[in-house]
Design a protein around this ligand. Structure first.
Ligand code: HEC
Ligand code: HEC
Length: 365
């Protein structure tokens, strides 16, 4: 049994794991009931570098994850089937198909398929949110991570790609089976919620500044349009094969650009840095060897991620690199990747943020 398997059997025995808290760090917990189980990091004057929370804070999360069966899965045999019960069904019995998704409005589709995680208002606080790591995206006020435009505003194509791909390495499922028109209506709703969130924030700010109750709607609309209009897509060069020279050149740029500071010289991300994203939640550099990429593993997607970063996370943009340098970096990053990818549960992802050594040593390489 590998380290993962051993850990899984431990978790099944007891949902509360002993934790390791680096000396000198304090847990900061939000006390309001709604956010009772959140682990919050507060940047301690180091920009995005925050403080880890205590594992004690995590235990309610573990309990919930275990209750929801989100943690490690134990193989279970299917319940015994009762022949008598089956034959007792009336001859006319048939399962009524649920109304086709295509007949629903974007709002209804959203409430059915997205609201439980992203929240009815798009604020990222659906019922399931507190059990998930990373947390569902807040469409109202957070920056979108998986963007491809020069101003970082997601295009419809960006959102469409996420709906088809899902977010590997997070709980965001793929909605590939939906008709394209259905996904289109979901995108409309996400964009509507984003606009609504920005408008509320802006009205609040402007109202405060001008000491006025009413702000000219026209003025507000103009500002919103400006903030919500996607810029031009980042140009991606034509893609050639990875040569040894390119991979080596990419390796040099990887060091020069300080990628190794976060992702480590070997890409495993075990650099012991404690990072937080803009919302204050703890995060860590991607393990470029064993973890999946959220925005796709094809060269153009990695190119765009490195060029623009993942807005709102410590993964910064690299606007100063030439197309050739970026392409070499992509070849290098791809050369680090190994299969099979880690299939991590929400709890394991949270645990990895607190304990960087977790999983790595025993993982079959
Ligand atoms: C099981 C929970 C869950 C469900 C259901 C779900 N999401 Fe997500 N979603 C997530 C998580 C978790 C993330 C990733 C957050 C991260 O990586 O920071 C995410 C990310 C996203 C993003 C990426 C935003 C970005 O940063 O670029 C979009 C867009 C999105 N979801 C839309 C939807 C839509 C539309 C639906 C319904 C059709 C939906 N999600 C259903 C959990 C969920
Ligand atoms: C300050 C720390 C930091 C630096 C420096 C940094 N990264 Fe990252 N990187 C991160 C974090 C954190 C994430 C994960 C963000 C998330 O998913 O929320 C990430 C994610 C990634 C991803 C995954 C993208 C995806 O689709 O999931 C790639 C690839 C990557 N980084 C490459 C690089 C390269 C190449 C460099 C150097 C040019 C670099 N990073 C520099 C912190 C950093």
């Amino acid at each position: 049994m590998g380290e993962l398997g051993r850990w899984c059997s431990r978790e099944n025995e007891s949902p509360v794991l002993p934790g390791r808290r680096p000396a000198g760090y304090n847990a900061a917990v939000d006390d309001d009931t709604d956010e009772r189980f959140d682990v919050k990091f507060h940047a301690a004057g180091h920009g995005t570098i925050g403080r880890p929370a205590s594992v004690a804070v995590m235990s309610p999360v573990i309990v919930i994850l275990t209750a929801l069966g989100i943690g490690c899965h134990r193989a279970t045999s299917p319940p015994p089937r009762s022949v008598a019960a089956e034959t007792a069904l009336p001859a006319t019995f048939s399962v009524q198909p649920r109304p086709a998704d295509d007949s629903l409005t974007g709002r209804e589709l959203y409430l059915n398929h997205c609201g439980p995680c992203h929240g009815a208002d798009g604020g990222g606080r659906g019922e399931g949110a507190r059990s998930l790591f990373p947390r569902p995206h807040n469409f109202r006020s957070s920056k979108f991570r998986l963007v491809s435009t020069v101003n970082g505003v997601p295009s419809r194509a960006d959102l469409g790609a996420v709906l088809v791909r899902g977010v590997p390495g997070a709980s965001m499922p793929s909605f590939r089976p939906f008709a394209e028109a259905t996904r289109g209506r979901l995108i409309d709703e996400v964009l509507r919620l984003r606009r609504e969130g920005l408008q509320a924030a802006l009205a609040f700010k402007l109202g405060d500044a001008h000491q006025e109750d009413e702000i000219a709607t026209e003025e507000l609309r103009e500002i919103l349009d400006l903030q919500l209009t996607p810029g031009a897509p980042v140009a991606v060069p034509k893609w050639g094969p990875a040569t040894e020279a390119l991979v080596r050149r990419g390796g040099e740029i990887y060091i020069q650009q300080q990628c190794a500071r976060c992702h480590g010289p070997d890409g495993r991300g075990d650099t012991g840095l404690y990072l937080a994203n803009e919302e204050g939640y703890p995060t860590r550099p991607r393990n470029l060897v064993w973890e999946e990429f959220k925005g796709g593993t094809d060269p153009p997607s990695i190119f765009v991620r490195i060029r623009l970063g993942l807005p709102g996370t410590p993964m910064v943009a690299n606007p100063n690199l030439s197309e050739q340098e970026l392409a070499a970096l992509v070849h290098h990053v791809r050369s680090l990747a190994r299969e099979p990818k880690w299939p991590l549960t929400n709890y394991q992802r949270a645990k990895l943020v607190l304990d960087r050594g977790f999983l790595s040593p025993g993982h079959p390489e």
